[in-house]
Design a protein around this ligand. Structure first.
Ligand SMILES: C[S@@+](CC[C@H](N)C(=O)[O-])C[C@H]1O[C@@H](n2cnc3c(N)ncnc32)[C@H](O)[C@@H]1O
Length: 219
């Protein structure tokens, strides 16, 4: 079933996945949420000039687009790997207003995030390389090593298989020393699963509508 386009409170779009009754972002503001959790609490905490980033749940491409935009002036190289089992159609992606709000001159780049072939390394800008993997995160095996992980799966209530200790242990193994993982979910069960996988975990203030989020680190 095609997800339904919705407008969130900061004026940016998101989608509602009807079968799970889950939105791709907070209804309080999609851009506001992604910028807070993944860019400010994640990307901007990484001092390295060359970064390997892994995203769990590519979805609308908003996190990738924010990263591409942010890194243009702040990093030399970003290799961005995104995992997604159910890619949006290009028609659906074209409905999203992110380029209009964030950087209309990068509209084509936003579409290229979606039209780029899967399982190919694509250099989208001099700084930003994209590698999309269409696989089931709950059972796949990773190969790369990462400095930063955007953990953006649907909620643990709806998809518990994405948030297990086993999955976080695999991520931990594929983190470089000092790597950071951020996620919108602050549930105790997720915090404890991250800790038992080896991460040090802190609760930090969330975006509007969310008191706390989690930031985990491989020390
Ligand atoms: C919360 S949304 C992601 C939001 C996304 N980061 C964005 O900015 O739009 C969760 C995403 O996980 C994807 N997904 C669901 N089950 C999955 C699975 N087993 N493996 C990989 N991705 C999955 C969904 O299709 C959806 O795009």
């Amino acid at each position: 079933m095609t997800p339904e386009l919705i407008l969130t409170n900061d004026g940016s779009h998101s989608f509602l996945q009807n079968e799970l009754n889950e939105t791709y972002h907070s209804v309080h503001g999609a851009i506001q949420e992604s910028a807070h959790i993944f860019i400010e609490a994640g990307l901007n905490r990484c001092a390295k000039d060359q970064l390997h980033i892994l995203e769990i749940g590519f979805g609308t491409g908003l996190n990738a687009f924010l990263t591409l935009h942010e890194c243009e002036s702040t990093r030399q190289k970003v290799a961005y790997t995104a995992i997604e089992l159910y890619p949006l159609s290009t028609e659906s992606a074209c409905l999203l207003n992110y380029p209009d709000i964030l950087a209309s001159e990068k509209k084509d780049l936003f579409y290229q995030l979606h039209t780029a072939p899967w399982h190919n390394h694509i250099q989208l800008t001099p700084q930003f390389e994209l590698y999309k993997i269409q696989e089931d995160f709950s059972s796949m095996t990773l190969t790369g090593y990462y400095d930063l992980i955007y953990f953006d799966a649907f909620s643990p209530e709806k998809q518990p298989e994405m948030w297990t200790k086993d999955r976080f242990s695999m991520l931990y193994k594929h983190c470089k020393p000092g790597a950071i993982l951020t996620t919108y979910c602050s549930k105790g069960i997720v915090r404890r699963a991250l800790q038992s996988a080896g991460f040090s975990v802190e609760r930090i203030p969330g975006p509007p509508g969310k008191r706390e989020i989690l930031r985990a680190m491989k020390e």
